[in-house]
Ligand binder design. Structure first.
Ligand code: SF4
Ligand code: SF4
Length: 301
């Protein structure tokens, strides 16, 4: 099985536009592909792929303190001890004298350890939800973190694992991952163990800077990299710079997508671009998909 991950240094570079377009191109080419939306902080690939959920599960990770109001005597020890200020004295109407803020609680367990009444326990916490879905383009695993939650690296890892298992069980040889933006923990979880990193970059100084950070990360994991420049005609100078970096850095240059008002229109209508337009943009994306397939074939099994 070959795994391709679509990355960008920041949100709004066109990553999901490219991922959903490649899904449409893969479908038209008869390539069976399973998809993973690993941008779990702001998942939106599923909006483009029109999924029908077949199963969903809660994502449970980490622990949070819980106070038993029957046992709490209000000694205040936990409030004084919590260095995250996650336990406070409740209001007169609160169920317990001590009240835990589940967002602030880090699950360190110190409060449970010092409570003289044994009134505090640590419980597993729901952090989000992940689903398997069927779409017209192929199977999709997608997830969403609950608001305020931070365990996105673990949820990304979970989505990756479920996607690979599902693809394996269906005998599908290709996985396309819509990765999270940036180069943090979630990006590392999305990239590790993949076979090709497709970077979508804009021709701006920050676009060049962010692309180099992803290239660094990919080279750390020794994963081949390809580059698509989105809105390439916005700055000839910066596009030239991206071309130069690709040429000197063994990066597969996969083409340039010009700025087009039709792209945000297709995104607004939730239609993968190639299904609506057969033009230079679609031709660039189709050529990029064929080149990626060629690069993966060169890697062998
Ligand atoms: S340490 Fe225990 S008994 Fe004291 S306020 Fe906290 S929960 Fe209540
Ligand atoms: S588990 Fe740690 S962070 Fe959470 S309330 Fe207790 S002392 Fe504070």
């Amino acid at each position: 099985m070959k795994q391709i991950v679509v990355m960008s240094g920041k949100g709004g570079s066109g990553k999901t536009f490219v991922s959903s377009s490649l899904a449409a191109i893969s479908l038209r080419a008869g390539d069976e592909t399973v998809y993973a939306d690993c941008d779990v902080d702001a998942a939106n690939l599923h909006l483009m792929l029109d999924p029908s959920e077949t199963s969903c599960s809660e994502f449970v990770s980490g622990r949070t303190a819980r106070v038993d109001p029957e046992r709490c005597t209000g000694c205040g020890g936990c409030v004084d001890t919590c260095r995250f200020r996650a336990i406070t004295k409740g209001s007169a109407t609160a169920a317990s004298w001590a009240v835990v803020d589940p967002i602030a609680c880090e699950g360190c367990g110190v409060c449970a350890w010092i409570c003289p009444e044994g009134a505090i326990t640590l419980v597993e916490q729901r952090r989000g939800r992940w689903c398997r879905s069927d779409t017209p383009y192929g199977s999709l695993v997608h997830a969403r973190l609950d608001p305020g939650e931070e365990n996105s690296g673990k949820l990304v890892e979970r989505v990756r694992r479920e996607t690979v298992e599902w693809a394996t069980s269906r005998g599908t040889g290709r996985v396309l991952i819509d990765g999270p933006p940036g180069t943090g923990c979630a990006a590392k979880s999305a990239m590790t163990g993949t076979d090709f990193v497709l970077i979508v970059a804009e021709p701006t100084p920050s676009g060049v800077h962010d692309m180099l950070r992803i290239v660094d990360l990919a080279s750390h994991f020794r994963i081949p990299v390809g580059l698509i420049v989105n809105k390439a005609d916005l700055s000839g100078r910066q596009t030239n710079e991206l071309r130069r970096i690709a040429a000197t850095g063994s990066i597969v240059y996969l083409g340039e997508i010009p700025f087009s008002r039709l792209i945000p229109k297709a995104l607004t209508e939730l239609i993968p671009y190639p299904l609506r337009h057969d033009d230079a943009v679609t031709a660039t994306l189709r050529a990029a998909w064929n080149r990626i397939r060629h690069e993966l074939e060169k890697q062998g099994a």
